[in-house]
Ligand binder design. Structure first.
Ligand code: ATP
Ligand code: MG
Length: 179
């Protein structure tokens, strides 16, 4: 089994860059589940995924809209962006009938942990936590592959993160620190 990667993400721009890295690996039919408390920074990587895929429309945390489809501008996969905060139960996620749309899109579900796994056994779970220090904006992000699709991408993902973000994700995962 592949070990989750833990990252320290200092800024909003780095969080969007994480999303762009994910977009480079994502294929139609993929599901990415984002978790973390209000204001953790779930929409920022979603924006990066949208930018990486090149889709239309502004990607925002919808207040009343539960799901939005951002169409590809480059004949690639669309982005389905779901905010499950108000859904509360998996049955309501079923009512959105995403299954019909998902094969042509990359689906990102904020607040999806515990609800969205039913949509695809193969998915990537991205958990975002704030630092314990309220003055520190750094986010601690744990990226966990679920199922063979993401297990098989794991080496590629690690080298993308290392190259593009200048981080040693494996060192982070071991909890190493520069002294
Ligand atoms: N390192 C960082 N990573 C992510 N967001 C950061 C960081 N530093 C500061 N922020 C701020 O935290 C907020 C995160 O907002 P965002 O809408 O992405 O969170 P969210 O988890 O989607 O919230 P919601 O649960 O309301 O949808 C933004 O105001 C952003 O500017
Ligand atoms: Mg959000």
């Amino acid at each position: 089994m592949v070990t989750p990667v833990q990252l320290s993400i200092p800024t909003e721009l780095d969080m969007q860059a994480l999303g762009r890295d994910l977009a480079r690996l994502a294929r139609p039919g993929d599901l990415i589940i984002l978790d973390g408390p209000l204001g953790a920074g779930k929409t920022l990587p979603t924006q990066g995924i949208g930018a990486g895929l090149t889709v239309n429309g502004a990607i925002i945390s919808p207040t009343f809209v539960i799901a939005r489809i951002h169409r590809s501008l480059v004949a690639g996969p669309d982005l389905i962006h779901v905010d499950a905060y108000r859904l509360g139960e998996a049955a309501l996620l079923d009512d959105l009938d995403l299954e019909a749309l998902m094969p042509g899109a990359v689906t990102v579900i904020e607040w999806g942990k515990g609800l969205a796994e039913q949509l695809s056994a193969d998915h990537l779970l991205v958990e975002i936590a704030r630092s314990d220090d309220p003055l520190d904006d750094t986010r601690l992000v744990t990226v966990s592959p679920r199922g063979p699709r993401w297990d098989n991408l794991w080496d590629q993902w690690q080298s993308l993160v290392n190259d593009d973000m200048g981080r040693d994700a494996q060192a982070d995962a071991r909890g190493d620190e520069d002294d």
